[in-house]
Design a protein around this ligand. Structure first.
Ligand code: PGA
Length: 255
């Protein structure tokens, strides 16, 4: 069954107190969600235990992380392993975000190793892909995203793939206020689903949740989520304000 998901990526924002307050505000306005609809909150590492305690016992709001390390453990000063995240109650790990790929030089191969770490530790992966502006302008975005999906996921078994969610985030739309049109989003999401279908078959493709990310806001969420192949959103800026994030959750709840 294909899940609908709205995931908050707080990135490097909010102090502990601000994070706790934001979660409390979200709780106050949270609509009732049915079983196939989930909210994920991915705060910075430092918040994870605190946010996890706030979310304890909630079924439809899950704890997420924004990253994990590609190795199991060892001398990697400043890093956090997938097993540590699992031990703190993390259910979803965002991997391959374009900011990680660009600023931290994460290659496709590194992202694939991180995917393995998250899956071995029984967490769900939110696998990010998306093209930069020059690729979109050249019209080669489908090939670009396809190669990211293949490099990051195609080594997985059918069973492992069931624990993966894909987030399409065109880099030119992240934090820029420029949003993909519904047609651009739907076209790419259908393409990604086709790529999954060709490798894993109809059922796996039908069950794959594909989220849209990149300046998703209350003003455009309902329209984006109404696309046949858009199954929710990965939300950056608008997830830092309870009222905006709740409006986006409402747009998913109404589906
Ligand atoms: P944005 O970020 O909503 O601020 O564009 C999305 C993301 O990077 O996950």
């Amino acid at each position: 069954m294909r899940k609908k998901i709205v995931a908050a990526n707080w990135k490097m924002n909010l102090t502990l107190n601000e994070g706790a307050e934001l979660v409390n505000e979200i709780f106050k306005g949270l609509p009732v969600l049915n079983e196939e609809k989930k909210v994920v909150i991915a705060p910075p590492y430092l918040h994870i235990v605190q946010t996890g305690e706030q979310l304890a016992g909630m079924i439809d709001v899950c704890l997420g992380a924004q990253n994990c390390h590609s190795e199991t453990s060892g001398a990697y000063t400043g890093e956090v392993s997938a097993a540590m995240l699992k031990s703190a109650g993390v259910e979803y790990v965002i991997l391959g975000h374009s900011e990680r790929r660009e600023y931290f030089k994460e290659s496709d191969a590194t992202v694939a190793k991180k995917v393995n770490q998250a899956l071995v530790n029984e967490m769900q992966v939110i696998f990010c892909c998306g093209e930069p502006l020059e690729v979109r302008d050249a019209g080669t975005q489908n090939d670009y995203v396809e190669s990211q999906v293949k490099a990051g996921l195609f080594h997985l078994s059918d069973e492992q793939l069931k624990n993966v969610v894909i987030a399409y985030e065109p880099i030119w739309a992240i934090g820029t206020g420029r949003v993909a049109s519904t047609e651009q989003a739907q076209d790419m999401h259908a393409h990604i689903r086709g790529v999954i279908r060709a490798q894993y078959g109809d059922e796996a493709a039908g069950d794959m949740s594909i989220l849209y990310g990149g300046s998703c806001k209350p003003t455009n969420a309902a329209e984006l989520f109404s696309c046949a192949d858009v199954d929710g959103g990965l939300i950056g800026g608008a997830s830092l304000k309870a009222a905006e994030f709740l409006d986006i959750i409402e747009a998913m709840a109404a589906l």
